[in-house]
Design a protein around this ligand. Structure first.
Ligand code: SF4
Length: 409
């Protein structure tokens, strides 16, 4: 059989890319969070918005007005931005990118910021998907997590979003928390299901080093989360959500039929996306690169870029990225890393991956590259293969990292 040849690809393929917009502001910093977000820098909101719209215009020019299929406002707390800011950013996006009709436009929101009127304004500005950081419906747990909403506010926000006209609502939940019982988790899920969200994300708490929560556990002020109990919570969610009609489509994500997170599917399929805003990561061509994380540094670097009158990029190279001041770091993804990432991102999806299709996208024959690993993992009962379709078995969901690590050199 002749070896397959894979054609070189443009920076952004004709079918387009996704756009991530990072908002680095939070009204208060949650003690478990290690995201690039800050409290008490509201004085930078206006310069940030100026820099962000400039960065969008410059990337639009550099990438020759690429097609954009999904936009995700993440953070941080995008719903904390001043009124009208989201519309202003979307207008700048539309001006410099070919934002597709029907594009999924998601905003992450804190339930404390949402009223029916606020939701109507978000819809009027072009947002069509709401992702709410509910986390729990237990007030004591919410307090421990430093959230600025309580259970009643979260429920009201969800109801008001529906009333305002949002028909695509994700609720983010956390489990495996110190002090959290299985009963509390069951109650939270039951009450949330009654709100009929289209999508649910459930993430096990990770104690991130350097965060106050990590320190409290290390100092014995809070109990260490019990991994067996967290596994029970995960299995309970699997059963309860399936019974309620939700499709488990990614390790930590469930949706009603027709409502997967289109933006996140781009990440899991290792497709191209551009990130703008302080610390935002991009994955384009053979590069991963990220903007400087300091909001102040970001603003001045964007100003510097604007002054340099950049030209459209003909190719994405280390040198070309070096001429883009907001880019604070870059990594050239060689063939081994592209192959590994395509595998472990694609396998996060319950439907798994089509090896032939993924090979075409990764520019290399993945079935051949990982022949030994795939055979061993299938024999261990952690992967199942049917023709070109490869996916995790159910028993591998909670130990998926042990599977993914086999694809790294
Ligand atoms: S609101 Fe979200 S982004 Fe902000 S500190 Fe809390 S967890 Fe982090």
């Amino acid at each position: 059989m002749l070896p397959v040849t894979y054609p070189a690809k443009p920076i952004v393929p004709a079918q387009g890319m996704s756009l991530y917009i990072h908002v680095p502001f939070c009204k208060s910093k949650c003690p478990y969070c290690d995201f690039n977000t800050y409290q008490g820098i509201e004085n930078l909101m206006s310069p940030y918005l100026g820099a962000l719209t400039t960065e969008l215009a410059l990337w639009g020019k550099a990438l020759a007005r690429p097609v954009v299929n999904t936009v995700f406002f993440g953070g941080g707390t995008p719903s904390y931005l001043p009124e009208g800011a989201i519309g202003q950013i979307l207008a700048a996006t539309q001006e410099s990118f070919a934002l597709q009709p029907g594009a999924e436009i998601t905003i992450e929101a804190n339930p404390g910021d949402l009223s029916e009127a606020a939701c109507r304004k978000l819809l009027a500005q072009g947002v069509n998907r709401l992702s709410m950081g509910v986390q729990s419906l237990d007030d004591a747990l919410l307090q421990m997590l430093g959230r600025r909403h309580n259970a009643a506010q979260a429920i009201a926000a969800c109801q008001e979003a529906r009333l305002a006209g949002f028909d695509n609502v994700n609720l983010d939940l956390m489990y495996g928390l110190p002090h959290q019982t299985l009963t509390q988790w069951q109650e939270t899920l039951g009450r949330l299901l009654a709100l009929d969200p289209t999508h649910i994300s459930a993430y096990c708490l990770t104690l991130e080093e350097g965060t106050p929560l990590h320190q409290w556990v290390a100092q014995g002020k809070l109990p260490e989360p019990d991994p067996d109990l967290a596994a029970d919570m995960y299995h309970y969610a699997e059963d309860a959500l399936e019974l309620a009609g939700y499709r488990h489509y990614e390790i930590s994500n469930w949706c009603l039929p027709g409502f997967p997170a289109r933006h996140n599917l781009v990440y899991w399929r290792n497709l191209p996306y551009l990130g703008v805003g302080p610390g935002a990561h991009s994955r384009l061509g053979e590069f991963r690169f990220w903007d400087v994380s300091s909001p102040r540094g970001y603003v001045s670097n964007v100003e510097q870029w604007a002054k340099s009158s950049p030209l459209p990029l003909t190719a994405l190279t280390e040198a070309a990225l070096g001429t883009v001041p907001p880019v604070g770091g870059q990594e050239h993804l060689g063939a081994p890393l592209i192959a590994a990432e395509t595998m472990f991102l694609g396998l996060r999806l319950m439907e798994g991956m089509d090896l032939a299709e993924a090979s075409l996208q990764a520019g290399q024959d993945l079935a051949e590259r990982y022949r030994t690993e795939i055979t061993e993992l299938v024999e261990l009962g952690l992967l199942e293969r049917s023709g070109d379709r490869l996916r995790l078995t159910k028993r591998a969901y909670l130990i998926a990292n042990q599977v993914f690590i086999r694809f790294l050199d």
